[in-house]
Design a protein around this ligand. Structure first.
Ligand SMILES: C[S@@+](CC[C@H](N)C(=O)[O-])C[C@H]1O[C@@H](n2cnc3c(N)ncnc32)[C@H](O)[C@@H]1O
Length: 237
């Protein structure tokens, strides 16, 4: 066996062990996060495979709370929107959440209303369509609708969990988010991208990192979310 082949096999074994260890850490982080999230006092919410994992959501909520993020923009509404609104109802701030599925947007709005959280959230219906910013001609949220919803915002926190990008060919679907927000980002801001275990999201992080000068931390054992800080963030999350 050549030295190159031996070294390749060693790396494969190390990768397998790291993946297994991450899985154990993931379980334990989700259990702890779910216990902390339950302290927010929300009723049952329909978590699904589409939702952020509890440990990833906890990273986002910690950021809002301890680094005082007040103007949040989200792509892909859901359970995350409701939990963020709940934290904002205590610490102040607002979230604008873009959603492409009209019925899902109504579902989220109804839950927010039932929980008296509507004043902290705008769920913006933005169908997917062609975008000048997209890679591989993939559809993105209607840019006219996005632009008018952002008009006077100075955004200090972005959460990107949409559009859906799990199918083959859709890997770069989430790329336009940061370029589209460019003119509205505060001097200090944080960006979260979910699903970074996928090749497409890793490529997107690389592109944003080069274009925006952001260094991304990758939380593989906390729901595969990544956190990139531009400027200062006083506390770790
Ligand atoms: C990754 S999900 C966004 C999830 C959201 N950020 C959360 O944590 O709940 C991306 C898109 O999937 C759709 N979606 C969300 N929850 C869903 C569900 N339970 N079933 C089907 N589609 C869903 C919505 O259109 C959403 O924008």
């Amino acid at each position: 066996m050549t030295e190159t082949k031996r070294s390749y096999e060693r790396m494969t074994v190390i990768n397998r062990i790291t993946t297994k260890l991450n899985r154990f850490a993931q379980l334990s982080n989700d259990t702890r996060a779910a216990a902390e999230l339950s302290r927010l006092g929300l009723p049952y919410l329909p978590w699904s495979d589409a939702s952020l994992l509890p440990s990833a959501l906890q990273v986002v909520l910690n950021e809002i709370e301890i680094n005082s993020r007040k103007t949040i923009v989200e792509f892909g509404s859901g359970i995350s929107t409701i939990y963020i609104a709940k934290v904002l109802s205590r610490v102040g701030g607002r979230i604008v959440s873009f959603e492409s599925d009209v019925e899902w947007a109504t579902f989220v709005e109804d839950r927010l209303s039932a929980l008296n959280l509507s004043e902290f959230v705008s769920v913006v219906r933005a169908p997917l369509g062609p975008s000048k910013l997209s890679r591989n001609n993939l559809n993105w949220y209607d840019q006219g609708i996005v632009a008018s919803a952002l008009e006077d915002l100075s955004i200090d926190c972005v959460l990107i969990d949409g559009p859906p990008a799990y199918e083959v060919g859709y890997e770069m679907a989430r790329y336009p988010a940061l370029p589209a927000l460019k003119e509205h980002l505060a001097q200090d801001y944080v960006v979260f991208l979910d699903d970074i275990h996928r090749a497409g999201e890793q490529k997107i992080l690389q592109l944003w990192s080069d274009q925006f000068g952001i260094k991304f931390l990758r939380y593989f054992s906390k729901g595969n979310i990544s956190r990139g800080v531009h400027g200062t963030a006083h506390f770790t999350v």
